[in-house]
Ligand binder design. Structure first.
Ligand code: FAD
Length: 422
């Protein structure tokens, strides 16, 4: 049968029989399965690690990792790029070694659909079948909650830079171009969002840049939360020590409206104008989670079994990283890394007919308050009665701001990016 006959037959079958979907789907299958297969969507903090650890735990399982970009740009340490003490190139990794060393089949494409009944993922080039699917798509934004926000136009004037890349560089350039004496406005959304200490690290980095280059300038922070949501006392201490009088912090001030032409934001109580405005929009799970139907009743995040990370809604689909709800664990790169290892282990257990193994997780989040001084928060997590909780007395915050924490932070980013790309 030649290709044209086959497509014609598939078309006829589509009209008449219940098997039509599978006939059509096979016509578009771009990587025919050779054995048991896990498909991973996303090549970020969670996706790279789950792919690698499945292959290391059981090399008889095929792993296909689908990622839209050939280069991954890390959000951790991107605030230093905005502050001016790091090059964005140092935040980039590629996937060549991951593929070479671990036999992961990396597909560079956009996932545009997921058929959980047929166990197929749709990409631009066709379909890819799976036995189990792991989603680590990160976040998308709830732009609809910000009146006047145009997802295409607004970031050109007010980059959010909450996915590292081109917007990180744009925000940096705006700060460099701003006249001394200008006002920078930064808004923080209601939790939960990606990287709880991230906005406050960014405020510190912007303040560091202003202090050194535009000392007559100031930062107005409009925080939708009642207080700084992570490492509050340490950030306040750092701002007092290094940036006294430069940061105006307004708690419980939620931005509800933006106007990029007027360069203003509105909290419903007052309108604030800025020369540079960084609105961090409210967030939700990445779009592929919605395609797979694994988003929970809150319509934002994905409920999962806390031991296996299998969706509580759709069997054979696992969700890790920012997109999932993981109890007390924050939405961080380190959490995604830890969840990926647990998920990999238990996917292998399940595919080999064995019982899942109860997890122990770890998370440490470093934040730079100058170019060298940093602070940190850490915890160990376990599952108790189906919920992920912090192990009592297992963590806490660093005793103070210090350059030594900065040294630890550099070691952390070096190691975690190396682990993701080798
Ligand atoms: C400013 C900032 C600072 C941060 N600092 C830290 C820190 O110091 N420490 C820390 O631990 N965490 C930090 N984080 C948080 C960290 O970036 C996230 O928690 C982490 O990236 C989550 O990993 P993930 O795998 O869920 O998503 P990501 O790492 O974002 O990976 C998702 C991947 O999926 C791909 N993808 C999504 N949809 C599709 C699709 N349809 N088709 C193909 N590919 C797709 C994306 O291209 C992306 O590569 C920071 C975040 C920000 C914004």
């Amino acid at each position: 049968m030649n290709r044209r006959n086959f497509i014609q037959m598939a078309g006829i079958a589509a009209g008449f029989s219940a098997t039509s979907f599978s006939v059509l789907a096979r016509a578009g299958e771009i990587l025919p399965k050779k054995g048991r297969r896990v498909v991973v969507v996303g090549g970020g903090y969670g996706g790279t690690i789950v792919s690698k650890y499945i292959r290391m735990s059981d090399p008889s399982i095929e792993v296909v990792m689908i990622e839209r970009n050939k280069t991954f740009v890390s959000c951790p340490f991107s605030n230093l790029v905005i502050g001016g003490s790091r090059d964005l190139k140092d935040n980039m990794i590629t996937y060549d070694k991951l593929a070479e060393k671990h036999g992961i089949q990396v597909v560079y494409d956009e996932v545009t659909g997921i058929d959980v009944a047929a166990k197929q993922v749709k990409v631009g080039a066709g379909t890819i079948s799976y036995d189990r699917l792991v989603l680590s798509p990160g976040i998308d934004f709830r732009f609809d909650e910000l009146e006047g926000y145009d997802p295409v136009e607004t970031p050109k004037y007010m980059p959010h830079a909450w996915k590292a890349g081109e917007q990180t560089l744009r925000l940096r350039k705006q700060l460099v171009d701003m006249a001394d004496g200008g006002t920078v406005v930064l808004s923080v959304p209601v939790t939960p969002f990606r990287c709880p200490p991230g906005p406050y690290e960014r405020i510190s980095q912007i303040a560091w840049h202003l202090k050194n280059h535009k000392p007559k300038s100031k930062i107005i922070v409009l925080d939708a939360n009642p207080d700084i949501v992570s490492k509050g006392p340490l950030f306040k201490k750092a701002w007092e020590k290094h940036y006294k009088g430069m940061i105006e912090f307004h708690a419980s001030n939620k931005v509800t409206k933006v106007d990029h032409k007027a360069m203003s934001v509105d909290t419903g109580v007052e309108e604030v104008k800025g020369a540079v405005i960084n609105v961090v929009p409210p967030q939700k799970a990445g779009a592929v989670a919605y395609m797979a139907g694994v988003v929970g009743e809150d319509k934002k995040w994905c409920p999962v079994n806390q031991t296996t990370f299998e969706s509580s809604i759709v069997p054979n689909v696992h969700v890790i990283g920012d997109a999932c709800s993981a109890g007390a664990m924050p939405k961080s790169g380190y959490s995604a890394n830890s969840q990926a290892k647990v998920c990999a282990l238990n996917v292998v257990q399940l595919m080999n007919g064995k019982d899942p193994i109860p997890p122990s997780h770890v998370n440490v989040c470093y934040s730079y308050v100058t170019d060298k001084e940093a602070i940190s928060v850490s915890a160990v997590y376990k599952v108790a009665e189906g919920k992920t909780i912090a192990v009592p007395n297992s963590g806490g915050v660093s005793p103070d701001l210090s350059e030594l924490e900065g040294v630890y932070a550099h070691s952390w980013i070096k190691n975690i990016l190396h682990e993701m790309s080798s």
